[in-house]
Write a protein that binds this ligand. Sequence first.
Ligand code: CA
Ligand code: CA
Ligand code: CA
Length: 202
Amino acid sequence: MKTKHLILILSALICGVAYSQPITTPLPSGFKKTKVTSDFISEGVAVADLNKDGKLDIIAGYHWFEAPSWIKHQMAPAETPTAEASASTMGFGMFSRVFNPRKEYSNSFLNMGMDVNLDGWDDVVIIDFPGKPAFWFENPHNKPRVWQKHIIADSVGIANESPGFIDMDGDGRLDILCGDKAKKQIIWLKAPVIGLLHEGLS
Ligand SMILES: [Ca+2]
Ligand SMILES: [Ca+2]
Ligand SMILES: [Ca+2]
């Protein structure tokens, strides 16, 4: 094992993140396939430079994979389902975990990286199961803490199959074009244009 990879593994263990050496395979098409994970953790995916090292990272639901070695980080810890909640919600994506693609949906249908609170660090926008609240995870600036979850709107996603991240008003900020299941409307949600207050970050 190369020293570089050994150092990465030790660093990952210390920081509580998952590391495995990425496997790259050449394809007859000329493309090269790199396996990032075998786990079903999200329907959607996006990219953003979440740790500001100049390299695009991969966003997948409650997780992100750090370039270039695709070290897996969890933005928010897995919530342990109670027996009551499990019986009523299992299969509809409430919990951060690995899902079974043969039996259930995930809790992440569309992902986007954008600086929601305008603090200079890209955050993560998640559209959950259709009709559930959409939310964003606040980037903790490379600090070892949970990414704070903020609700964007209570009922997002259904009425059109795929919400869109589109700059609806041309102000240079992507907005969210989606359905509101509760009100049975097609709506768009304008992204904040003024920095939001946040705790403990600078
Ligand atoms: Ca990066
Ligand atoms: Ca931010
Ligand atoms: Ca806009």
